[in-house]
Structures are given as C-alpha cells and as structure tokens.
Ligand binder design. Structure first.
Ligand SMILES: [Zn+2]
Length: 489
C-alpha cells in the first residue's frame, strides 16, 4: 500500500524522476546510458524491432548476465521467448527516456552501417541474400518474411509470436526472390511450395533455411524459417543432433503431414529426450496447439502446454485429459505402460501427431516411424587429421553388424565422399588430443537408426560407421560401441 501511495504522489513529478524514485522503491538500479559505455555486442543481443517496440536496450554483458535498460519493467515479458536462446540471465535496469532514445538511435545507426548500406547498394542477389541472412541471424529472428510491395520489398522478422517490420528495401533487390527459389529448389511462383537450403555465414555459423512460397495477389511472398546450427545453443536442429540424409527426410515428411506416431527408443541418457524436444521445437508455431506430458518437466517450452505426471495423475490419465482439448501435436516423455501406448496409437490414427519416447520399442508396436537412438563420443573438431583406411581386423569385427555398401551409398548420396570412391579407400580420422579436449574427444554425438515401414535406413552400427567416415567419431569409438551394444543383446 505504501508503495502505491508513493507512486501516486510522484505522478506529479516528471516521467524520468518518477521512474528514478520507483527504481529506488523496487530496488532496481537506475542507469544513465549517457554515462555508461554501451557495448555494441550487448546491444545486438536483442532484436532491434523488439527493442524499439518495448523501449528497451541491452547495453552490457558480463559472463552469464545481460544488463537491459528499460522504461517499464512490464516490458521484460517481451524478452520471454528469447530467454532460452540467449542463455543469459537478464538483469533489468530502469533508465531515462533520453538515455533510451539515444541508445536506440545508436543501434539503428550500427545496423544501417553494417547491413542497410550494403543491402541498398548491393546488386548481386546472392550477396543480398547473404547480408539479409546475417542480419536476421544477428537479430535472432526465427523467421524472415519477404514480400513484394508497390514500394519495393518488405522484410519482416518473427520473434516468438510476433512478426515485426525489419526493413523496407528498394525494388532493385527483388532479384533475391529468384536467388532463394533456385537455392531451395522452389520453382513455381503460382503454387504454394516448400524447399530448403543451407547457408554458411562464416565463423562457424551455419543455418538451415526452410523456404515456403505462397502466391499472393500482388506478387510474391516467401517465408524463410531460420534454423541455427551453431552448437552449444538451444534451438537444436535434427542435423545438429546427428541425424542426416534419408533419416531427416523421413522425419520431416511426418512432421509436415502432421499425423502419425514417432517413437524414439533407447535407454535413459541415449539422447532420446533431446530429440523429442527438437521435433516439438520444429513444430512450434503459434498456429498449432501443442501439448506435452512429461515424467518431469525439465525445460519450459514457449507455447507448449506442459503437464507433469505426478501422484494421482498417471500418464494415461493426463493423456486422456489432454486429448479432450483436441491438440494438433502431443509429446509424451516417456511411455512405459500399455494403456498410454494404446491411447497414443488411437490418437495418432485420428490425426494427431504423437511424439513419444520409449525405453524399448516393444512398448509401442504401432509407431509410424521408430528412431532408435544412442550416443557415441564425438571427436574434437579443433584438430587437423590425417585420414587412414580401415584395417583388416576392423573390417572383420564390423562385418557381421554392418552392410558396408549401404554406408558407402549414404556417404556418396550426402556428398561426404567422392562419388567414385571404393569402400576400401574411405579414410577415417586419426585421433590425436589437443589442449582443448580429452585425448581427441569432446562431447557426444547421436547415432540413430530410423525405421520406416519396418525397414531401417541405416542400422545403429552403420550410422556409427557413417559418422566415423564423416570425421565425427573414431573407428575405435565405433568398435567400442558395437562391443557395448552386442554385450547388452
Ligand atoms: Zn582437441
């Protein structure tokens, strides 16, 4: 009550003075950005359109915190969808209107110098596209919407649920539509189509761009869904987890059809939960109703109605309740009982997309696609390696478990090796440690067996071998993995 009275009394004061006093009352530090050095890196952590819409700027980063100056603490909610991606603690500071306006102007000036001038002058469509993607990446957009208007090209970015205007470009950059179409193999302007391409933005930053083209009355509109591939950050991609080729295509087909049952099978700590979360994340758009039922909610997902199984609420009971709300997608982590498995299969048959993890695939016999998942140690990518071909004894240990011809075909199909290479010529990395790893290894990567209509694209061993040939793991690690798995069997 006292605080309210204090606030009322201060309404008579100027906006800034009132805020200063409020900061004091709430224990939020007040900052004057005229006196602070604004870090340009910190500034670019938050998308400019969002900063402008909510009167806030990030001005300082240190370790795992990001200091954000703003006029109204209620605007902190606008940062909610970015939290996971930022991976930093947001520390709010109140500031003056003048301070904020100057910081926003500085931000706009930097963007204009770094991107805007390039975009306005650039005539080569591929260079324009590259600059646009860099800008969208720096602005942490999850989607870029490009459409022709009578004045030129309107570019909007999506952050969370909101789509905001990012820039208006002259008609001279319209060649970028053609560049995107050809990269994504999207031919028709008059029919809705989808495609994808990969973009390398330099300094280890990669992106998968999913393109959908929608015919509009006055010209064209492309929606680019931007999937970052930088390791370590949230927002995983299937490729980032170690899926590839026909396996990715099979999963994407199912996600696109948005019906069926995906069962991810594997013991605890086999990467199955991460894969489930990633699949759900790929579907996470505001237009869909998404629900999850989890044994323990380990991460909060924006726009997903998450339910935790608890005393008195079994997974089957929770699933029955969730299905009454007619969701489009349900994630179940993890199914261990027959009841839930039957309910899940019935829901999938009715047109719900069900993503489930199971300790063993026998729990859920009706899956449309089964993904068996396991982890192997990943080779440190900091070293330059010399390739070695497989030794005879290695070939003999692997032969009973893997069809080498299938592995070679996948390596060629996905352009990991030259088309005319023979199996015995495939080179594997020679492992040496460096100062940044554990004897040549750093972290884990997934190996997967994607089973569609009862047949495997590659089995777990074949996929592990594929990963060794692709330089992601070692032959020694593959042999260890085979040994470990066959011991279990
Ligand atoms: Zn290393």
């Amino acid at each position: 009550m006292e605080r309210e009275l204090g606030w009322l009394k201060r309404e008579a004061l100027s906006d800034d003075e009132g805020r200063h006093a409020l900061a004091h009352d709430l224990g939020v530090p007040f900052v004057s950005l005229e006196r602070e050095d604004i870090s340009l890196d910190a500034l670019q952590q938050l998308p400019e359109p969002l900063c402008r819409a909510h009167n806030l700027v990030a001005y300082k980063e240190s370790g795992d915190t990001l200091e954000v100056a703003l006029l109204d603490l209620a605007d902190l909610d606008a940062l909610e969808p970015l939290r996971a991606q930022l991976g930093k603690k947001i520390v709010p500071r109140l500031t003056t209107r003048d301070s904020l306006r100057r910081a926003l102007l500085l931000y706009q000036k930097i963007l204009k110098e770094t991107y805007g001038e390039k975009l306005h002058k650039e005539t080569h469509p591929h260079k324009t596209l590259e600059t646009l993607l860099r800008h969208a990446y720096a602005q942490r957009a999850s989607e870029a919407h490009l459409e022709t208007t009578p004045r030129g090209v309107l570019v909007r970015y999506r952050h969370g649920r909101t789509l905001r205007e990012a820039m208006h470009l002259p008609a001279s950059v319209a060649g970028v539509f053609g560049a995107i179409r050809s990269l994504a193999n999207v031919g028709s302007k008059t029919l809705p189509q989808e495609g994808r391409f990969k973009a390398d933005l330099g300094s280890g930053v990669g992106m998968t761009v999913r393109v959908s083209s929608v015919p509009v009355v006055d010209g064209e509109k492309l929606v680019l869904r931007l999937l970052r591939e930088d390791t370590g950050s949230k927002g995983f991609t299937l490729e980032g987890l170690g899926l590839h080729g026909a396996g990715v295509a099979a999963l994407e087909t199912l996600l696109h059809a948005r019906r069926g049952l995906v069962a991810v099978a594997g013991p605890a700590s086999s990467g199955r939960t991460t894969l489930l979360y990633t699949l759900l994340d790929l579907l996470n758009t505001p237009e869909l109703s998404l629900a999850s039922i989890e044994e323990k909610v380990s991460a909060r997902l924006p726009y997903v109605a998450q339910t935790a199984v608890q005393e008195g609420l079994t997974m089957a009971a929770a699933l029955r309740a969730v299905l009454r709300q007619s969701p489009d997608v349900v994630m179940l982590d993890s199914i261990t009982d027959r009841d839930t498995a039957d309910l899940a299969a019935a829901a999938a048959a009715r047109g719900v997309l069900v993503l489930a993890s199971v300790p063993h695939e026998s729990v859920i016999p009706d899956a449309t696609v089964v993904v068996r998942s396991a982890l192997v140690r990943k080779l440190c990518q900091k070293q330059t390696r010399t390739g070695r071909t497989l030794e005879r004894r290695h070939l003999e240990s692997l032969e009973p478990h893997a069809d080498f011809a299938k592995v070679l075909a996948a390596l060629k199909e996905e352009e990991r090796v030259a088309k005319d290479l023979a199996w015995k010529e495939v080179a594997y990395p020679h492992v040496t440690g460096c100062s940044e790893c554990d004897a040549g290894y750093s972290g884990m990567t997934g190996v997967y067996e994607v089973v569609v209509d009862g047949s495997s694209i590659l089995n777990l061993y074949e996929d592990a071998l594929y990963k060794a040939a692709a330089g992601l793991t070692s032959v020694a690690e593959v042999l260890r993995f085979v040994q470990q798995q066959t011991d279990v069997e």
